[in-house]
Design a protein around this ligand. Sequence first.
Ligand SMILES: [Zn+2]
Length: 295
Amino acid sequence: MTMSKLQIFSLIVVFAKGGLAQPLPVQWEELTAPDFVQAIRQSGGVCLLPFGIIEKHGPAGPLGTDLINVRHSSVEAAKKEYAVIFPEYYFGQIYEARHQPGTIAYSTRLQLELLQETTGEMARNGCSKIIVVNGHGGNTMLLQYFAQTQLDSPKDYIVYAYVSLGAPPNAAVPAAAAASGPNVDGHAGEGEIANVMASRPDLVRLARSDSQSGADLRRLDLPAGLVTGIGWYSRFPNHYAGNSSRATVARGQAATQMRVDSIVNVIRAVKADQTGPRLQKEFFDAARQPLNTKQ
Ligand SMILES: [Zn+2]
């Protein structure tokens, strides 16, 4: 095959510019050190920490379902609205699945310390705005608590926790992303397994969906608003809620697209947010001398 004069000219131009122009990877671990500097600049200091978990996902889903799904959506979103994505992170709250094979449940102290040190290290590397994208329901309260505790000492970065991953507010759920019927969604249910069929279809064992029950056993009869740690186990001892047997690639792709759009929306909002960092600085300055705060 011979090259045309135009092709040769294009190659010369490319090499004159310093090599083949490739888009910067979005994943932290895939960047070279010099490219990392460029990536932080390009992202405006906005970095994502997709937060998964390693736990049983019913009879059909892989242990890393939440980790795989949240990373897939975050990577696709960051390709559309550039942000740097921290490597695999799954050190969250999952005590309720300790009786199931493969669960990794770190101590409460370590969960908080590791998250604090991780966001601190991200900030030291230029991530001035850190978005923790939650992919696991059991992390929700941990993340809300973590976000609130960021006010405990002055910081030159800001942490945002995106705890309601899904459709942008007020967005209509397209029919393709809707459940096939009542009571099929839940932990490792139709929706979650459909999302794995979109992100890693090779890992789903759909035919095993009915090999265990995902029904709510309602074994604990307590007034509404009264919470106890064994509550989840009392309802779903198989660590399976709903039924994944009718999960489809089409539903997973439609729902994943909504998740990607919602993360793109969040990245853009955080990039534009000047008020949060300004008020946080104002707060830290005031908290040093509370007696000087106007009464
Ligand atoms: Zn899950």
